[in-house]
Design a protein around this ligand. Structure first.
Ligand code: FNR
Length: 393
C-alpha cells in the first residue's frame, strides 16, 4: 500500500525547519536525544528528573540497550525508486501511520502539569497510538477524552485485588482503549539508586494514583473517602500494587477478564514468550523496562530475534527499551518487531514544552524513520527485513 493523500509527509518536517532557517529562525526545541535530556534536566525537579532518567542498579542495562542498537548496521540499497513511500501498518486491529507507539509511562504529573492529557493530544494529532499507564496522573476516562478519536491502549499493572483489576479492565473497554498491555516485569520496584538517593517514590506522595482513586472497586475497600484520609488510600494502594504471587496459571484467568486483545510486556526469554501464547495472549512486548528493573539484564534488542523466532509469527512481537531515533526503529522492525514503543525521548519533550514538546519529539522521530527508509532504498514497512542489516564489524 503506497502513500495516499491522507498520509502525513513526515520527512517534510526537515524542509519546514530549513525554510524557517532562511528567515534566521532556529527550532526552539532540541533536535537530539542528548540535548533533550540535558534541557529536561534543567527544567525538571531533581527528584522528577532522577525518576525518569534513572535505571536499576549500575544502570548497566540501560547502557546495554543502547549498545545493542549500535551492534547492528544498516546496509542501504540504491536506485530503487523511493519517491512514493508509506510507513503505515497495523497491530492487533490498531492502524498506525508508522510502526511507532508511545509506550506506557506512569506518573507524568511529576514531569508537566498537563501530563497524559498533553501526550494524548500530541499523539492523536499525529495519529500515533499511545499506551496509557495504570499509574497515570489523570484517570483513563479523562485521557480518553483528551485523545478524542485517537488510537489508545491501556497498560495494566496487575493488582492483587481481583475486583479492582476487573473494574480497571471494564473501564478501559468502556473508554475506547483498543488493547490491554499487562506489564509482567514490575511485580515489585527494583533497586533504583537515583530515587533512593533522593528518597523519592512519587506514589507515596499521592502522585500517579488517579485510576485507583476514581475506581469504585478501589474505593469500596476504603473506610473513608480518599479525600478524607488520603494516606489510608495510599496504604490501600501499596497493599495491592505488586503481585509477586502471580504465575502463568493466573495469566489464564486474567486473560479471561477482557475481550480486548491482550499483550504481555517485559518478555525477554523465548520460553516465556511461548508460555504467554499458551495462556492466550495476543501479543508480546520485548522489553526490560528501559533498564529500570533488572540491572545487568540482557538488552531488549538482543532478546528480540530469539523471541521472534520462538513466536514464529503466531502473534505480533513489539519492542521497547533504548529506542531513541528513526534508525533504531528501522533496526528493530528489521529484526522482527511489528512496532516499537518509545518512551524517554517524548517524556523529556513533555517536561520541556508540554504538548508541543511531545509533538516535536514525535515529528523528529517520524521524519528520521521516513528518511532512513528512503535513503536505505525501502518504501514500506514490509521491506524492513534482515537483509537490510549487517552485524557491526
Ligand atoms: C516507565 N515504564 C513503564 N512501563 C509500564 O509498563 N508502566 C509504567 O507505568 C511505566 N512507567 C514508566 C515511567 C518512566 C518515567 C519511565 C522512563 C518508564 C517503562 C516504559 O514503558 C518502557 O518500557 C521504557 O521506558 C523503555 O525504555 P526507554 O526507551 O524509555 O529508555
Amino acid at each position: 500500500m503506497l502513500r495516499t493523500m491522507t498520509d502525513a509527509p513526515f520527512s517534510m518536517f526537515q524542509n519546514e525547519i530549513y525554510f524557517r532557517g532562511i528567515a534566521g529562525e532556529r527550532p526552539a526545541l532540541p533536535m537530539t536525544f542528548d540535548d533533550l535530556q540535558a534541557a529536561a534536566e534543567k527544567v525538571m525537579s531533581e527528584e522528577a528528573y532522577g525518576y525518569v532518567a534513572g535505571s536499576a542498579g549500575s544502570e548497566g542495562t540501560a547502557a546495554a540497550n543502547r549498545a545493542a542498537f549500535d551492534r547492528w548496521r544498516i546496509l542501504p540499497r540504491m536506485l530503487r525508486g523511493v519517491a512514493t513511500r508509506t510507513m503505515r501498518t497495523s497491530v492487533l486491529g490498531t492502524a498506525m501511520p508508522a510502526p511507532v507507539m508511545l509506550g506506557p509511562v506512569g506518573v507524568q504529573g511529576i514531569v508537566h502539569p498537563d501530563a497524559e492529557l498533553a501526550v494524548a493530544r500530541a499523539a492523536s494529532a499525529l495519529g500515533l497510538p499511545f499506551c496509557l499507564s495504570t499509574v497515570s496522573s489523570y484517570s483513563l476516562e479523562e485521557v480518553a477524552e483528551a485523545a478524542g478519536d485517537g488510537p489508545r491502549w491501556f497498560q495494566l499493572y496487575w493488582p492483587k485485588d481481583v475486583s479492582v483489576r476487573q473494574s480497571l479492565l471494564k473501564r478501559a473497554e468502556a473508554a475506547g482503549y483498543g488493547a490491554i498491555v499487562v506489564t509482567l516485569d514490575t511485580i515489585m520496584l527494583a533497586w533504583r539508586p537515583r530515587d533512593l538517593r533522593t528518597g523519592y517514590l512519587p506514589f507515596l506522595q499521592r502522585q500517579g494514583l488517579a485510576n485507583y482513586f476514581t475506581d469504585p472497586a478501589f474505593q469500596s475497600g476504603l473506610a473513608k473517602p480518599v479525600e478524607d484520609d488520603p494516606m489510608a488510600a495510599v496504604g490501600h494502594w501499596i497493599g495491592m500494587f505488586g503481585n509477586p504471587e502471580a504465575t502463568w496459571e493466573d495469566l489464564v484467568d486474567l486473560r479471561a477478564d477482557t475481550s480486548l486483545p491482550m499483550l504481555v510486556k517485559g518478555i525477554l526469554d523465548p520460553e516465556d514468550a511461548r508460555r504467554a501464547i499458551d495462556c492466550g495472549v495476543d501479543g508480546i512486548v520485548v522489553s526490560n523496562h528501559g533498564g529500570r528493573q533488572v540491572d545487568g539484564s540482557i538488552a531488549a534488542l538482543d532478546a528480540l530475534p530469539r523471541v521472534v523466532e520462538a513466536v514464529g509469527g503466531a502473534v505480533p512481537v513489539l519492542l521497547d527499551s533504548g529506542v531513541r531515533g528513526g534508525s533504531d526503529i528501522a533496526k528493530a522492525v528489521c529484526l522482527g518487531a511489528a512496532a516499537v514503543l518509545i518512551a524517554r525521548p517524548w517524556v523529556y519533550g513533555l517536561g520541556i514544552a508540554g504538548e508541543e514538546g511531545v509533538r516535536h519529539v514525535l515529528r523528529c522521530v517520524l521524519a528520521e524513520l521516513d528518511l532512513t527508509m528512503a535513503l536505505s532504498g525501502r518504501i514500506s514497512v514490509e521491506e524492513l527485513n534482515r537483509e537490510m542489516l549487517v552485524p557491526a564489524p
